[in-house]
Design a protein around this ligand. Structure first.
Ligand SMILES: CC(C)(COP(=O)(O)OP(=O)(O)OC[C@H]1O[C@@H](n2cnc3c(N)ncnc32)[C@H](O)[C@@H]1OP(=O)(O)O)[C@@H](O)C(=O)NCCC(=O)NCCS
Length: 200
């Protein structure tokens, strides 16, 4: 039996902007700092994300460094994108796709939205576009989301998109001064394309 050779994702430079029905995903620019500050400085909004409430200067620094990357060259690369409401041009949030492993063709999504733009399905719509970027663009096999057990709104976003809950890791992280229980969600390329035949 000949071994199956799985295609490996190579470097990938997405074309921007990415348009969805109501949103535009595009590289983050220095002009976004003020609008981002509105939600990234809010303790409630950042409660379950890896960074603490950010000052505008922190945001400007990150925009000039980590958040300026717009392409995937090597595993470990992450692309953060601003999410704009098409109708108004307002920044409503930002999303990130991490390329976790080249060999396993694995990625992970992250997202944060301005609470004033919540409850309209924008996060779901933007993450759906990230999935297309990951599966169609980068050639990923599996995209994960790691979510604090208490972050029910975030779990609902990925559940709406068809992610399966694979694990509940009790007190597995020491996060912001307390133990956190982590939910691991994942979606395979075939599941996303509806080709898994109900395997998952
Ligand atoms: C996680 C987060 C993005 C979820 O925000 P959200 O507004 O609940 O998510 P969406 O923008 O996808 O909106 C979905 C809601 O809008 C409703 N909705 C209204 N119109 C809709 C539409 N056209 N399509 C889909 N949903 C729609 C849905 O019913 C849903 O409400 P429900 O969850 O109460 O059923 C937001 O809470 C957030 O930014 N949190 C802080 C950062 C964070 O924790 N990030 C995740 C780290 S893992």
């Amino acid at each position: 039996m000949s071994p199956t050779v799985e295609p490996s994702p190579g470097a990938f430079a997405p074309e921007y902007p990415i348009r969805t029905e109501r949103l535009i995903l595009r590289p983050i620019t220095p002009d976004d700092a003020e609008a981002m500050h509105a939600y990234k400085s809010d303790p409630e909004s950042v409660r379950y994300v890896p960074y603490g409430p950010l000052e505008q200067a922190d945001i400007e620094r990150r925009i000039a460094t980590t958040w300026s990357n717009t392409r995937f060259d090597n595993e470990g690369d992450a692309v953060s994108l601003a999410v704009e409401e098409r109708e108004t041009g307002a920044l409503v949030g930002d999303v990130v796709l991490f390329w976790r492993s080249e060999k396993a063709r694995a990625g992970e999504v992250g997202y944060i939205f301005d609470p004033r733009a919540g409850g309209r399905g924008y996060a779901t719509e933007a993450v759906q576009a990230l999935l297309a970027l990951g599966f169609d663009g980068l050639g990923l096999h599996r995209i994960a989301a790691r979510i604090d057990d208490r972050n029910t709104a975030s779990a609902r976003v990925v559940e709406r998109l068809g992610f399966r809950r694979e694990a509940r890791l009790i007190d597995s992280e020491w996060f912001k001064g307390e133990w956190a229980t982590l939910l691991v969600y994942a979606l395979l390329e075939d599941e996303w394309r509806g080709l898994d035949g109900g395997k998952g």
